[in-house]
Design a protein around this ligand. Structure first.
Ligand code: B12
Ligand code: SF4
Length: 520
């Protein structure tokens, strides 16, 4: 049987990274079946095109994964495929949290023939066999342990994802046109992939708005260090072979949740010379350890994503995230910046103690810290989270099924001390001021003594990150962006040119100084 695994586009950004679930399920598929992967963010297809593709390829089963945010789009795709007589199974966080919705058991239309609930590593092979035999069931669910919880895969051994041979073309961030030219630059920039790797699953913290503790559980399971290092080495080899660049996103929810384990892993990465540039999510409370931060830098860590949420401790307490202390944020960022590691800092507006002006106060604080990449959103009640349950009980959900009428950056409940409209304006203010051409220039100024490569990487990241909020999918939008930031771009180009000239001069002096054969 031919299987298509499909990820719907998010409608806003071109994904910078493929989704791990697709590669994982592909690796776990019994070998007699063929699996094709399409990510709608990387390879845009209309629904009729997708249906035609499935018909032409004789696809027997389509697996669709979706976060809550994309689920309405996922349902539309699923509906079109099912109308054409193609079997659809859905999985991932949203359908796990709302299985009745996908199966049409909540009074709404049915979108999927089957759903895979929770972690599907062990149920997927069974589901595929059933589909091939024409005996697909409605619900696939992990075995239940004596305490009534899902039995979780222990990640040892971990499936082999053959990164070295997979077709990653649709996920390269380098436009095809530039490939021949860029592959000759330095160590080669003919392709640039960001690859997701997990080293563990689970998070014990249970923040009120988060689905992770409910979905993956509060006990953490780790892969062996050996299997992570081996995967990194294969990726590194591939980058070298195709004269391209490979970066890694360690998608663990909190890479440092067990500091001793992480230090061990980082030491093994260093010892095996398996470093690739990487980004990971780590909470601020775990970044006070100088030895750990040294190891992160030495093992290739370049960016750390920190869920800072709010600069107001009362807000942190209201969402059960007291372990993260706003008073520590500055020191944490300085500690990272000292090693040329920069932070992607995430903030939420519309929390219960937020009043109008929260964004101004937050941005002022951020600007007093080492420059990073701040991202802003609004408090969102995802289904099956403690936050959703609390707001439902308090009668505060204004759009209880907000995912079916998705509206970017619009709250689905009424905050206590501001209106939904005000919260929307706060988010807009935070994005506009944090990514204005003036702010971009100030951020570069703050790291002016760092080597050019850091400034370039910071600036390019800024250009992309603003795309999370501001539409910039079209060429015109990019040209406008370049124009607005022309001073910073000109400064970087000028510095790049003089660095290059200086490097040439130095190498000429060295060559001239070498004794000729006759002199020798
Ligand atoms: C990496 C990541 C991202 C990446 C993007 C995804 C990518 N390219 O990988 C980035 C950083 C861009 C991102 C962004 C966002 N993310 Co995110 N992200 C994650 C993260 C940390 C890891 C995802 C992952 O790969 N997990 C590991 C794999 C193995 O798990 P999995 O995807 O769940 O897949 C397993 C099962 O679910 C199942 N499965 C999944 N799909 C399918 C499909 C089929 C057919 C089947 C059978 C099974 C199946 O099988 C897999 C193996 O067991 C998760 C948290 C987490 N730990 O999962 C949050 C998470 C998915 N993100 C979340 C959110 C909310 C967001 C944002 C909306 C945040 C924001 N406020 O902006 C944005 C929106 C993104 C967008 N615009 O597209 C939520 C989603 C909650 C929900 N109910 O939807 C999560 C769960 C985190 C949380 N705090 O609750 N994210
Ligand atoms: S927000 Fe982060 S720390 Fe909090 S429960 Fe979710 S994954 Fe864990």
């Amino acid at each position: 049987m031919k299987i298509l695994l499909y990820n719907p586009d998010n409608g806003i950004t071109r994904n910078f990274m493929p989704h791990l679930w697709m590669f994982l399920l592909q690796s776990l598929t019994p070998k007699e079946h063929e699996v094709i992967l399409i990510d709608g963010n990387a390879k845009a297809m209309t629904r009729p095109e997708l249906v035609k593709f499935c018909k032409d390829e004789n696809i027997g089963l389509v697996g669709i994964g979706a976060m809550t945010r994309m689920v309405a789009r996922a349902y539309l795709v699923a509906d079109a495929l099912r109308e054409a007589g193609i079997k659809v199974v859905m999985g991932g966080p949203h359908v796990t949290e709302c299985p009745d919705e996908a199966l049409g058991k909540d009074g709404g239309p049915r979108h999927a023939d089957a759903v895979a609930l929770g972690e599907a590593d062990e149920t997927w092979p069974l589901l595929v066999q059933d589909a091939a035999n024409g005996t697909l069931k409605e619900i696939y669910q992990p075995e239940i342990d004596p305490k009534g919880n899902d039995k979780k895969p222990n990640l040892q051994p971990y499936p082999h994802i053959p990164w070295e041979t997979l077709d990653l073309d649709q996920f390269s961030l380098v436009p095809k046109f530039f490939k021949p030219f860029l592959s000759k630059m330095g160590e080669g920039w003919g392709s640039f992939h960001v690859v997701p790797i997990e080293t563990g699953r689970g998070c014990p913290y249970g923040c009120e708005f988060c689905t992770v503790t409910g979905f993956f559980g509060d006990s953490i399971r780790f892969r062996s260090n050996e299997s992570v290092v081996e995967e990194l080495l294969r990726l590194k080899k591939r980058a070298k072979q195709e004269k391209g660049q490979m970066a890694v996103f360690f998608i663990d929810d909190n890479l440092a949740i067990n500091k001793k384990r992480l230090k061990g892993l980082l030491r093994e990465i260093i010892a095996a010379d398996a470093q690739l540039p990487w980004v990971a999510q780590i909470s601020a409370n775990l970044l006070g350890d100088e030895e750990l931060v040294d190891l992160i830098a030495e093992a290739g860590g370049k960016w750390v994503f920190i869920g800072m949420e709010s600069i107001d401790p009362e807000n942190m307490a209201s969402v059960n995230k007291n372990f993260s202390k706003p008073g520590d944020y500055k020191d944490v960022l300085d500690r990272l910046a000292k090693r040329n590691i920069y932070a992607i800092t995430s903030f939420i507006f519309g929390m219960d103690n937020d009043t109008p002006g929260a964004a101004t106060r937050t941005v002022e604080q951020i600007e007093s810290w080492a420059p990073g990449l701040p991202v802003f959103g609004q408090l969102t009640p995802f289904p099956a989270t403690p936050l959703y349950t609390r707001l439902e009980k308090e009668g505060r959900l204004s759009r209880p099924k907000h995912w079916l009428e998705f509206a970017p950056f619009v709250m689905a409940h009424t905050p206590l001390k501001m209106s939904i409209e005000e919260a929307k304006s706060e988010v807009k203010y935070a994005w506009s001021s944090s990514y204005s051409p003036e702010r971009n220039a100030q951020a570069l100024e703050a790291i002016k003594d760092q080597p050019l490569q850091y400034k370039l990487s910071h600036f390019v990241s800024r250009m992309f990150f603003r795309g999370i909020y501001f539409p910039q999918m079209r060429r015109r939008e990019w040209l406008m962006l370049f124009y607005q930031n022309r001073k910073s771009i000109f400064g970087l180009v000028k510095e790049g040119f003089s660095t290059w000239r200086q490097a040439r001069r130095n190498s000429k002096i060295q060559t001239d100084a070498l004794p000729t054969v006759e002199q020798a």
